[in-house]
Design a protein around this ligand. Structure first.
Ligand SMILES: NC(=O)C1=CN([C@@H]2O[C@H](COP(=O)(O)OP(=O)(O)OC[C@H]3O[C@@H](n4cnc5c(N)ncnc54)[C@H](OP(=O)(O)O)[C@@H]3O)[C@@H](O)[C@H]2O)C=CC1
Ligand SMILES: Cc1cn([C@H]2C[C@H](O)[C@@H](COP(=O)(O)OP(=O)(O)O[C@H]3O[C@@H](C)C(=O)[C@@H](O)[C@H]3O)O2)c(=O)[nH]c1=O
Length: 303
């Protein structure tokens, strides 16, 4: 008898990924089920802001599902480059989702915990009121709206604090700072959940196999921490794995003592209940995932 996964795989044979050069895009490509043909498009192969390029790619490849992993993710820079942020994060999801709707292609879009204002003290439900604080969050909120209004068979997966063994992320910044500094100051009053890009990719592949799912879902690794806690754990776990020769002292500070152009939510923990139920993936604690990501980094360094 075939396994349930094999039967589900059979139904889906071709998936297109935009933003394939980013953290999530790379993770999606490296973890795709072997039964699925992935058409991976980097920015130079398909600019998601260009409707003609999007239409041409879809018409050439005819995927059953498009996963958009492309976005403008520079949170602070977005405050000065609002047009660029809105083009990629708000207008482009509209272009992609409408193109999918016209062709009967399923569409997955990825959004962020930064659509919330962080004033909650309990995990944000999928239908909680959005109220972004900065340009990046506003642009992602507009992208969600455009996707929902497109008429496409669409699923929006919100996530937060994504990191990977490669790419630009907080973990890699902290590894550099632990090695080069005696002391690092990190905010302890912004709380959320780190998310391994590969575990996020796993959630998207699980959703891809379940045809009936649509609307808004939340995904991050499990648990809660502050950026300060994350920085401490990165040092401890990396040292334990021999990736650091020393760790810096990590000093907890307040957000007001680390001024940034963009305001970030103080609390951005997502309620993942719907994903855990519908995707049937058991939650993994962020610290276990951190160990796994560091192991991948070590393997990549030795490759
Ligand atoms: N990183 C995080 O902490 C979080 C991310 N998210 C969301 O997850 C998704 C994936 O993020 P992540 O992988 O971390 O982001 P990355 O910044 O690592 O990757 C984004 C990719 O999108 C590409 N891109 C940007 N603009 C365009 C465009 N116009 N056309 C085609 N490609 C483009 C970038 O190319 P280039 O490098 O050339 O700019 C890059 O390869 C995004 O929707 C993001 O908003 C949500 C929560 C947290
Ligand atoms: C480097 C550094 C950052 N910080 C603070 C600044 C900020 O409040 C917090 C995180 O900093 P970063 O700029 O690395 O992360 P940031 O770009 O804010 O991360 C966000 O990215 C976007 C794309 C998302 O969607 C969010 O979910 C979230 O992951 O840590 C320190 O306190 N000390 C430091 O040395």
């Amino acid at each position: 008898m075939q396994s349930v996964v094999a039967m589900r795989d059979k139904q889906l044979s071709k998936v297109m990924v935009t933003g394939a050069g980013g953290q999530l895009g790379s993770a999606l490509c490296s973890s795709a089920p072997s039964s699925i043909e992935v058409c991976a498009l980097t920015r130079s192969e398909c600019d998601i802001c260009d409707p003609a390029a999007v239409a041409a790619a879809l018409d050439k490849q005819r995927p059953e599902l498009l996963i958009n992993a492309a976005a403008y993710t520079a949170v602070d820079r977005a405050e000065e480059e609002s047009a660029a942020a809105f083009a990629a994060n708000a207008e482009a999801p509209g272009i992609l989702s409408r193109a999918c709707a016209q062709r009967g292609i399923r569409f997955f879009h990825v959004s962020t915990d930064f659509v919330f204002d962080g004033l909650s003290s309990s995990p944000y439900a999928v239908d909680a009121q959005t109220s972004p604080l900065g340009v990046y969050g506003h642009s992602k909120q507009a992208g969600e709206q455009a996707t929902l209004e497109s008429g496409a068979d669409a699923l929006i997966l919100r996530t937060g604090w994504v990191y990977s063994h490669d790419g630009q992320n907080f973990m890699r910044t902290m590894l550099r700072l632990h090695e080069s500094h005696d002391e690092i100051s990190v905010v302890s009053d912004q709380v959320g959940t780190p998310t391994d890009a590969l575990s996020l990719a796993g959630a998207l592949w699980a959703a891809a196999h379940r045809r009936g799912l649509s609307g808004i879902y939340h995904w991050s690794d499990a648990g809660v921490c502050s950026w300060y806690d994350f920085a401490v754990a990165i040092g401890e776990e990396a040292k334990a794995q021999g990736l650091l020769s020393k760790v810096a002292v990590v000093k907890p500070i307040r957000t007001q003592d680390y001024p940034t152009p963009a305001q970030r939510p103080a609390y951005s923990v997502l309620d993942k209940t719907r994903s855990w139920l519908d995707l049937e993936i058991p939650p993994t604690h962020w610290r276990s995932q951190l160990r796994a990501v560091l192991t991948r980094l070590k393997e990549a360094d030795h490759a």
